[in-house]
Design a protein around this ligand. Structure first.
Ligand SMILES: [Mg+2]
Length: 159
C-alpha cells in the first residue's frame, strides 16, 4: 500500500454503500463533494483532538474512566492517529490534492531548503517535474515559488 492507494480505497469506501436505519452498510454512502472543505477539516481535526485526549491520559499513565494502562493507551493512540490519516486523505480528495504527491513534493522541498541530501520518490520512481508543478499549483503555491522548488528538488535529486 502507498498513500495514493489508501486515498483511492478510502474514497471508494466513503462513497459506497447506503444508510439503512441510520447506519452505514457496505460503505459510508457519502459523496466526497457532499461536505465542504470546512467539514472535512473539522472531521480531521476532531480525530486529532481524540488523539490529544489519549496523549493527556498517557501523561497520567492510565485512563481514570476505563482503567486502560499505558500500553493499552498507546494502542488506542495508534487507532486515533489512523483515524486522523483516514480523514486527512478524504480531506485531501475533497480539495483535489493527491496527498502522496503533495507529501513527497513538500518533503523534498524542505530537504532542498535545509540541505538534506536525500529525496523521496513515489510509486517506485521519481516524481515527474509536471507532477511536482501540478501538486504545488493545487496547493496554491505561487508560480515563481514553484519554479524555485522544482530547481531545488532537481538539485536534491542529483546529489
Ligand atoms: Mg477516533
Amino acid at each position: 500500500m502507498n498513500i495514493r492507494d489508501f486515498q483511492k480505497a478510502n474514497v471508494e469506501r466513503c462513497q459506497s454503500g447506503s444508510i439503512i436505519e441510520g447506519k452505514p452498510v457496505g460503505g459510508f454512502a457519502r459523496r466526497i463533494d457532499e461536505w465542504t472543505l470546512e467539514r472535512w477539516h473539522c472531521a480531521t481535526s476532531g480525530e486529532l483532538g481524540e488523539a490529544a485526549n489519549v496523549v493527556k491520559k498517557l501523561f497520567r499513565g492510565f485512563d481514570l474512566t476505563t482503567g486502560k494502562d499505558a500500553a493499552q493507551l498507546r494502542e488506542q493512540l495508534g487507532h486515533e492517529l489512523a483515524d486522523v490519516f483516514a480523514y486527512l486523505v478524504l480531506f485531501a480528495e475533497a480539495a483535489g490534492v493527491d496527498l502522496e504527491a503533495a507529501a513527497i513534493a513538500k518533503f523534498n522541498e524542505v530537504n532542498a531548503r535545509i540541505g538534506y541530501d536525500k529525496a523521496l520518490t513515489g510509486g517506485g520512481g521519481l516524481l515527474s517535474e509536471q507532477e511536482v508543478r501540478d501538486t504545488l499549483g493545487v496547493l496554491g503555491v505561487a508560480p515563481a515559488a514553484v519554479d524555485a522548488a522544482v530547481a531545488r528538488a532537481k538539485r536534491a535529486v542529483s546529489l
